[in-house]
Ligand binder design. Structure first.
Ligand code: ATP
Ligand code: BTN
Length: 326
């Protein structure tokens, strides 16, 4: 995104109409250059509307991410662990970005956020829809002494997000094993952990996607029930910068605690958020489907499945998907 496209966006983000004259003056552009910048916004699927008198406005105001606003809302403890924080207007995937930076030596505690991801990823190569300004797309880089030290971290990450949302007053938030943030069985967000490095220099990039105000048109692109915070947030509209700071604070607190306690320190809390415990479920495995009753998780975060023969078996692995039986 060029400097002038970004500068134009910052003006139009208020949702008000601005005349061409005003925009050209403020941005120090001629009308041809302004037209190119408008095109730049349209390429990001932002709808710029032109009124009868030629004034320009976005269809809806945008609550843009702001580096300084996030930093100043961040709890002190979190600031101490944070090594850097970057806010990108456009990125392929915040996880990809931090995986690349991790390989070149960035330390623990780096955070990347983006307004839009052009190749946002879910698990198993699935897409994660992140239109401009409509969700929180955030990744955190963390280094561990060994790969085994990170067992169960995916679940602990979900707990950190769900706990923060509950503290913000959203009731009905829970987790669907292993990585979905649910609100009344509708997908509000997801967690994608990816790793790299060597056994001695091992790192995790934890990606969080949280829907804030996903336009209704997105429905056609998401093939399961979903929800956004705009629909369920108590009171005032969601402030994305304050939300980002709360998510980062909760994540950093969870990761630093996980470093000392492992998943054992989170197992009890999982029970409070577990949305499928006691329910009939089907597990889609790489080599078939197995049905049973979900009986919570073990100390590694593996799902415990009770099958009709009365046996309970732990299931763990990135290629397993759980679906409610009903
Ligand atoms: P699993 O149980 O395996 O995690 P899943 O269907 O939730 O199953 P994921 O890989 O976790 O799969 O997430 C990707 C899926 O999430 C997509 O296939 C789509 O159905 C859905 N999805 C994509 N973008 C969004 C979004 N912004 N909000 C809610 N759901 C989304
Ligand atoms: C899922 O439910 O499968 C996980 C979705 C994770 C999406 C987030 S958005 C920030 C980070 N960057 C990505 O490309 N994916 C994760």
């Amino acid at each position: 995104m060029t400097h002038s496209v970004l500068a134009l966006l910052r003006i139009l983000a208020d949702g008000h109409s601005h005349s061409v004259q005003e925009l050209c003056n403020r941005l120090m552009l001629d009308t041809v250059m302004l037209e190119q910048s408008i095109e730049g916004l349209r390429e990001l699927n932002l709808s710029v509307q032109v009124s009868a008198d030629g004034a320009l406005a976005l269809r809806e105001p945008l609550d843009l991410l702001d580096h300084q606003a996030i930093i100043s809302s961040l709890a002190h403890n979190a600031r101490a662990w944070l090594s850097r924080l970057e806010v990108h207007p456009v990125i392929d995937s915040t996880n990809n970005y931090l995986l690349t930076q991790a390989a070149s030596g960035w330390p623990s505690g780096a955070i990347c956020l983006a307004e839009v991801q052009q190749m946002g990823r879910g698990r198993q190569g699935r897409n994660w829809l992140s239109p401009f300004g409509a969700n929180l797309a955030l990744s955190l880089l963390w280094r561990f002494t060994t790969p085994s030290a990170a067992v169960g971290l995916s679940l602990a990450t979900g707990i950190a997000v769900a706990r923060m949302l509950r503290q913000a007053g959203i009731t009905g938030v829970g987790l669907k094993w292993p990585n979905d943030v649910w609100w009344r069985e509708r997908k509000l967000g997801g967690v994608l952990l990816e790793s790299g490095g060597t056994v001695e220099r091992f790192y995790i990039v934890a990606g969080i996607g949280l829907n804030v105000a996903l336009a209704r048109e997105a429905s056609a692109l998401i093939d399961q029930p979903w929800v956004d915070l705009q629909e369920i947030w108590p009171g005032a509209p969601v402030d994305r910068n304050a939300l980002a700071a709360s998510v980062i604070g909760s994540l950093i607190e969870a990761f630093s605690r996980f470093q000392d306690e492992g998943f054992a320190g989170f197992a009890e809390e999982w029970v409070r958020f577990d949305q499928v415990r006691g329910q009939g479920v089907r597990l889609h495995l790489p080599n078939g489907v197995v049905a049973g009753i979900a009986r919570g998780v073990d100390v590694t975060g593996a799902l415990l499945l009770e099958t009709p023969d009365g046996r309970t078996t732990p299931y763990l692995g990135g290629e397993i998907s759980l679906r409610l039986a009903s």
